[in-house]
Design a protein around this ligand. Sequence first.
Ligand code: SF4
Ligand code: SF4
Length: 245
Amino acid sequence: MVGGIGRRISNVVHTQGWVHCHSAATDASGLTKSIMDELHEYFTSKDLPNKVRIAVACCVNMCGAVHCSDIALVGVHKTPPRIDHENLKNACEIPSTIASCPTSAISPDPTKKSVKIKLEKCMYCGNCYSVCPAMPISDAKNDGIAIVVGGKVANLRTPPKFSKLAVPWLPNNPPRWPEVTDAVKTILVAYIAGAKKYERVGEWIDRIGWEKFFKVTGFAFTIQHVDDFTFARETFRTTPTFKWT
Ligand code: SF4
Ligand code: SF4
């Protein structure tokens, strides 16, 4: 299929998926196929206001371009790793396992010759499982997909932008992921209806405001959308007020 040039959906950037990578919360390749089966006309022939970059990553380590794409899907875990103490003491190096955690949630548990996790510090990233196979994080019931929107790399018209949270969690529903496919279509349809010619998704949202974005897409605004101020220096919206219009 030839396409992806100009004001179309460009080639989807996606990661490996659960067949190839152990920390995956979803299957990036299957999800990409399901979405593009629905939207391929916007790749080949139907014009959009501007180029739309879709990206899919199967975990928050996101080795795809999810942080700066117009519409991006991220596999998310919602439960902490389960520690298999018996195997951990034989299979894992405890200092490396502790060092693998970006939030310092892991500490030694000398009585068990193992480790423990401070749950309130865990962000379910799965890094520890990459280092220690005795800390599996996959959870068929709770793993799912988040959608972030409005990122771009280009500095044309406006500076590059990070993608921001639109939908915190949708269920993993293979083989066709209907809930995720519907949500992506909803964003695309609202963008086509509301954006001016040449506006990227993020520029359209900046112009109409996030309040209007949630209104036109019908997505719920939830507690997960509220920044926890950890990275406030980079992400602060200069006002703490969220207007509901
Ligand atoms: S996004 Fe995460 S799970 Fe997917 S391939 Fe990359 S590191 Fe592995
Ligand atoms: S999942 Fe991530 S944050 Fe949680 S304990 Fe493992 S490395 Fe730390």
